[in-house]
Design a binder for this molecule. Structure first.
Ligand SMILES: Cc1cc2nc3c(=O)[nH]c(=O)nc-3n(C[C@H](O)[C@H](O)[C@H](O)COP(=O)(O)OP(=O)(O)OC[C@H]3O[C@@H](n4cnc5c(N)ncnc54)[C@H](O)[C@@H]3O)c2cc1C
Ligand code: SF4
Length: 491
């Protein structure tokens, strides 16, 4: 006798959460749908296609091994698959956990007989909504401090452990010289991986595991090899290492193979042994219980229209260099695009301060850039991509998330990265053939949006700087040359 059908979406692959938390092998049938609309609808990076497909197949296999009956369907869409399985089990209750995007929730709304809350995050939606509704502005730092207190993380009595809420002054180091970055883990393909790789006609990089065991190994590797040094170099960019000391956990956190609670517990347990500096522990915890939960909360709080924002009226079509690293001679951008081509990932600072910064300065249409990022990253999910791109990266939400845009010239990339020494451009120059495109476009961007930012006190100093530029007319001219060159793939 079947008690219920339980739908496990491809981003809810955890035995202890969602519809599986109280599922019983003898009574419940697990439903998984490999949707061709999801997998083939966009021009996904093949690494991402492979990762999602193979992780889901491995997970289904693990459920079968633990005694579940699993209906693993291939269908045109998840909706079509669920309709098919419902027809096979007439009268049996279909249980789903809340889907992770507005679109997917709407698509499945009328199919589920029972919908469980999405518990793949540390912050129940009522908690976030209550915080957001009770604050006029939605600054991440305020939310983060409340999270620390609410979850009792790195607290001593009512105060932050170590006497400060953040250790940013310790955590903004450039990449060290002559430093040996640990080699990232490399995962061998098993039989399921090989079959999926053949289907998607792609040789995976081996950087990502498709199993829970591999995800746990990645977590353990972070704790032993990277955690202690995570903080100081979290903002640095090194051309000699694609992964540096980052955890590489986002794909597993986002498809459910790891739950943020287990990552948090593991990190706090490791910290309790006494040899992890507080700056690294706080820096990582801030990402996990702060930024991740904050962008998730903001996605739902801002509503489905948020992703259409274009507060700076940016209309430049997507630059060719985003899909073709040979279409630029900017060493930072070219190297990062090659990293993404290789394994569908680059860390936070290249995403924000190089790729989004370039799109912001060049006035790239936010929706075109958002679509590109969705296609190219292994950890892309609507709830995380939309606030990070529309709010944080492109300031396309009129400042709802960030009080000022993350706009920077070549000096920032030069200070925090190791790309400039091998680049034909000079980060210090804003005019002339050798001027760094970031530096030229930075000043031109401030000039173009002078009126918008004039009333923003956090931008006052930057806008004021424009007044000191004796060569502003030449900067404007050079910016036009750069924008044309970028559009034609010549810069
Ligand atoms: C423009 C832009 C787009 C982004 N798109 C995505 C995306 O599609 N998917 C995604 O998971 N992250 C995204 N991020 C956030 C961040 O870049 C990645 O989470 C991080 O690089 C993943 O690598 P990691 O696991 O090694 O992270 P670490 O540096 O080790 O950080 C630990 C964890 O913190 C979380 N985290 C850190 N920053 C953020 C953030 N801003 N938003 C949400 N979670 C965060 C991630 O879960 C990450 O695994 C984006 C950031 C920017 C600026
Ligand atoms: S000079 Fe400019 S374009 Fe070249 S690597 Fe440095 S920041 Fe990037």
């Amino acid at each position: 006798m079947t008690r219920s059908l339980r739908y496990v979406a491809f981003d809810q692959l955890h035995r202890d959460y969602g519809v599986l938390a109280d599922a019983r092998p003898a009574e419940d049938v697990i439903v998984m749908v490999e949707s061709s609309a999801m997998l083939r609808g966009r021009d996904w990076h093949p690494e991402r296609l492979f990762f999602y497909r193979s992780s889901a197949r491995h997970f289904a296999q693990s459920l079968v091994a633990s005694g579940f009956r699993v209906e693993f369907l291939k269908a045109a869409s998840s909706r079509a698959g669920l309709l098919e399985v419902k027809a096979r089990y007439p009268g049996v209750t279909l249980v789903v956990a809340e889907q992770s995007s507005f679109r997917q929730r709407a698509r499945l709304a009328d199919l589920a007989d029972e919908t469980l809350p999405n518990d793949f995050f540390l912050t129940p939606s009522e908690v976030f909504q209550s915080w957001a509704n009770s604050h006029a502005t939605h600054v991440m730092e305020h939310f983060y401090r409340q999270q620390r207190v609410r979850l009792g993380v790195l607290m001593e009595g009512g105060s932050p452990l170590g006497g400060a809420w953040n250790f940013d002054h310790d955590n903004r180091l450039p990449p060290p010289k002559n430093y040996q970055w640990p080699e990232p883990l490399q995962f061998a393909l098993d039989e399921i991986d090989e079959a999926v790789a053949e289907e998607v006609a792609y040789r995976p990089s081996g950087a990502w595991s498709t199993t829970r065991a591999g995800a746990l190994a990645q977590l353990e590797n972070f704790l032993t090899q990277h955690f202690a040094a995570f903080g100081p170099y979290e903002d640095a960019m090194a051309s000699t290492s694609w992964s540096m000391h980052h955890s590489l956990l986002s794909p597993y956190l986002n498809n459910g193979l790891l739950h943020p609670r287990e990552v948090l517990d593991a990190v706090l347990e490791r910290f309790s042994r006494g040899d992890i500096p507080i700056a690294s522990a706080e820096g990582f915890v801030r990402q996990l219980i702060g930024w991740r939960e904050y962008v998730h909360g903001m996605y739902w709080f801002q509503g489905p229209q948020y992703q259409e924002g274009n507060g700076l009226a940016a209309t430049t079509p997507l630059l060719p260099l985003f899909d073709d690293a040979t279409a630029t001679s900017m060493n930072c951008v070219g190297s990062i695009i090659r990293d993404i081509d290789a394994r569908a990932w680059t860390h936070h600072i290249p995403r924000l301060m190089v790729l989004s910064n370039l799109a912001l300065l060049a006035g790239v249409d936010p929706q075109a850039f958002l679509a590109w990022m969705r296609r190219r990253f292994i950890d892309a999910a609507e709830w995380v991509m939309v606030p990070n791109v529309i709010g944080m990266g492109l300031h396309a939400d009129g400042g709802a998330m960030m009080t000022k845009p993350y706009a920077a010239g070549g000096a920032y990339i030069h200070r925090m990265g190791s790309y400039c020494k091998d680049c034909p451009y000079n980060p210090k120059l804003r005019i002339g053939e050798s001027a760094c495109p970031f530096t030229t476009l930075y000043w031109d961007f401030l000039d173009r949006h002078r009126a918008t930012f004039a009333t923003n006190h956090r931008m006052a100093q930057q806008v004021h700087g424009l007044g000191r530029l004796a060569d502003l007319p030449q900067v404007r001219q050079r910016a036009q040359v750069v924008l044309r060159g970028l559009a034609e793939g010549r810069i």
